[in-house]
Design a protein around this ligand. Structure first.
Ligand code: HEC
Length: 398
């Protein structure tokens, strides 16, 4: 029963998480586009920065932006915040259900560091908080006033953390952890800086005081950070489906490059939407970055075998390896505690099934160390080399 409930908790949280994130990212892309595309408008009312005309859903919209606020506060004001809060709450719930409760499979890799479940989950949670506090510190210290310097230090900070996580968690756990960390920073930007500062501005206006322009500037700075972090965070959240990304030797370097590709692509759209031309070079840089990560992902797993492959094994030997390392989970009736049915309906308990899934075995257990998860069944480097030799010989059934 507990198994069914956690499985459904995971499915429903994921559903909510994806929908909330779509709403959040959608509205944030929309407002950035709108903000950049405003055209100056002459004449009253006072305080108007510009306006934009848009067409959507069968009607025309004329949008006017007031730089600080209109002379009179409207009775009704729509705030955009629950998209982001809901994204974090559902994402954190999912993190607990998938990674903290299943730390043995998805967060811990005993070949990397021999952690217990409470240690791994505790460490993941504490580093999430500490890293966010460190980011706050960076933004608030004098460095926070120099955008380029802050961006550089922020980049090094995130890459160093990614590397650090790959030294304590499984590859999959490490990449999800850095994704969760960036997501937390982004939501905290909304919760701790952007919305409270907007509230202060509104309160000041209602009381007839002049709002401090610094409140708006700080909010804008965090909103720019969020803009540039959006594409990398989505990549990181999807990365756990792709073992070539998370379970290969240079996984942390791949993340570093993605942290550059994302902002470069955003730069293209930001420039274009501001009507300042089309910096096509950004796509050349992004393409070079993608080529680099594809190439890095071919380096094999961190502790992979080096040197020439052994002689192609007999199929019976392949069956033995799979039988002793995989079928406790990937069988009609798994015997691994907590695995009720063959994960992803993938069974490897018959010779024909092993042959049919040769490509998947290659991807998950030879080119990468994604499987067995956290290497729980202690598959050896020699066994992986044996599978590699079998695959190189065309995965024969004899
Ligand atoms: C402890 C249980 C366990 C063991 C042992 C195990 N797996 Fe898995 N396997 C899983 C789980 C859980 C998933 C689903 C992962 C996810 O949700 O992303 C999975 C997914 C897979 C997939 C991905 C299927 C797909 O369509 O995406 C492949 C392929 C795979 N395993 C192959 C193997 C091979 C090969 C071995 C042995 C070397 C192995 N597994 C050992 C639990 C296990």
């Amino acid at each position: 029963m507990e198994l069914v409930l956690t499985e459904w908790a995971s499915a429903l949280l994921r559903w909510l998480h994806v929908v909330a994130a779509m709403a959040w990212i959608g509205s944030s892309f929309y407002f950035i586009h709108l903000d950049l595309s405003l055209k100056p408008r002459p004449g009253p009312p006072d305080g108007v920065k510009g306006e934009a005309w848009q067409v959507h859903g069968g009607g025309f919209y004329q949008i006017v932006k007031y730089l600080v606020a209109p002379a009179r506060m409207p009775d009704e004001l729509t705030w955009f915040k629950w998209e982001s809060y809901a994204t974090w709450l559902s994402g954190f719930g999912l993190l607990v259900v998938v990674y903290y409760l299943n730390a043995d499979l998805f967060l811990i890799d005993r070949a990397v560091l021999d952690l217990t479940v409470p240690q791994a989950a505790g460490l993941a949670f504490v580093t999430l908080l500490v890293a966010w506090l460190a980011y706050e510190g960076l933004c608030r210290c004098p460095l926070g006033r120099h955008e380029t310097a802050l961006a550089l230090v922020g980049f090094v900070f995130l890459v160093a953390l990614t590397w650090g996580f790959t030294q304590v968690f499984s590859g999959r756990g490490a990449l999800t952890q850095i994704g969760a960390l960036i997501g937390t920073i982004m939501v905290a930007n909304v919760f701790v800086i952007i919305i409270p500062n907007q509230r202060k501005t509104v309160a000041a206006l209602v009381e007839g005081r002049t709002p401090d322009p610094r409140w708006g500037e700080l909010g804008k700075q965090r909103s720019i950070h969020n803009n540039y972090l959006t594409l990398p965070v989505v990549f990181l959240m999807l990365s756990n489906h792709y073992p070539l990304v998370f379970a290969t030797r240079w996984n942390w370097l791949i993340v570093a490059i993605v942290l550059l590709i994302g902002p470069v692509i955003r730069h293209f759209y930001n420039t274009r939407h501001a009507g300042k031309g089309d910096p096509w070079w950004t796509w050349a840089v992004a393409a070079a970055g993608v080529a680099a990560i594809v190439w890095l992902s071919m380096a094999g797993p961190r502790d992979g075998a080096t040197g020439a492959l052994p002689a192609p094994p007999r199929f019976a030997e392949v069956g033995e390896v799979i039988g002793s390392r995989c079928t406790m989970c990937h069988a009609r009736q798994p015997v691994w505690a907590g695995i009720a049915a063959a994960p992803k309906d993938l069974r490897l308990d018959e010779p024909e099934l092993i042959r049919r899934h040769a490509r998947l075995i290659d991807l998950q257990a030879v080119r990468t160390h994604a499987m067995p998860p956290g290497n729980v069944t202690e598959m050896t480097t020699q066994e992986r080399a044996l599978l590699a030799a079998w695959l190189a010989a065309g995965a024969p059934g004899e």
